[in-house]
Design a protein around this ligand. Structure first.
Ligand SMILES: Cc1cc2nc3c(=O)[nH]c(=O)nc-3n(C[C@H](O)[C@H](O)[C@H](O)COP(=O)(O)O)c2cc1C
Length: 197
């Protein structure tokens, strides 16, 4: 059995932060790092080994394609259902262009539906955490965004997702141009109950 430096692992887990596109420089993340981030996603726990994750990576001119798709899909869907907001539309058309890479986070449902859908979603969330930790270890900023078109049925096909699959959001990534942010958490005692006898 191997042993690991838990002090480093704990430090990384607590160091990980969400960093947003406005905080990224124009520098592009090296391909080897993106590959490592994606490879580590594949090692997340998943029930019955369904490996339900499905990623689409956008970079370079791909980011423009993504921004155009996000903005136009948002416009079509929200103008039809009366929830259109000009500011939100503008954000979708411009924010993706500030990232180095964006990974669309998809869940592909087991064809035999051998487990509850929530477990497939949970496995993908674990995969996203692997990606966030790997990115943080490289000093790369990222955040999981679930706004905009994330839950629009009309968006799925563009990301290679079928009817039973789910789009869970987007992992925006970039090299930070400013200080790494801090955060805080509630105390353990507020979140944990021990039953000992
Ligand atoms: C499933 C999920 C969806 C999220 N969606 C958004 C989002 O749409 N917009 C946003 O600003 N942050 C989003 N976040 C990031 C959270 O805002 C962030 O994790 C939280 O503020 C805690 O900060 P930290 O990640 O730096 O610890 C999302 C996080 C998760 C896990």
């Amino acid at each position: 059995m191997e042993t690991f430096n838990t002090r480093e692992i704990t430090k990384l887990i607590r160091y990980r932060r969400s960093l947003y596109p406005a905080q990224y420089s124009e520098e592009v993340i090296r391909k080897e790092i993106i590959d490592e981030i994606l490879e580590n996603a594949l090692w997340a726990p998943n029930h019955k080994m369904t490996e339900p994750w499905h990623f689409t990576v956008f970079t370079g001119a791909g980011l423009k394609k993504l921004a155009e798709f996000m903005a136009s899909t948002y416009e079509t869907v929200t103008k039809a259902n009366g929830t259109y907001n000009e500011g939100d539309h503008e954000k979708l058309a411009t924010k993706p262009l500030l990232a180095s890479h964006i990974i669309a986070i998809g869940m592909k449902r087991d064809l035999k539906e051998r487990l509850p859908e929530i477990e497939e979603i949970e496995a993908v969330a674990c995969a996203v955490q692997n990606m966030q930790l790997t990115a943080s270890a490289h000093g790369i900023g990222c955040y999981w965004g679930s706004g905009g078109i994330t839950y629009f049925e009309e968006a799925k096909e563009f990301f290679g997702l079928g009817e039973k699959d789910r789009l869970l959001g987007f992992l925006y990534m970039g090299i930070p141009k400013s200080k790494w942010p801090g955060s805080k958490r509630k105390s353990l005692s507020e979140k944990v109950v021990w039953i000992e006898n």
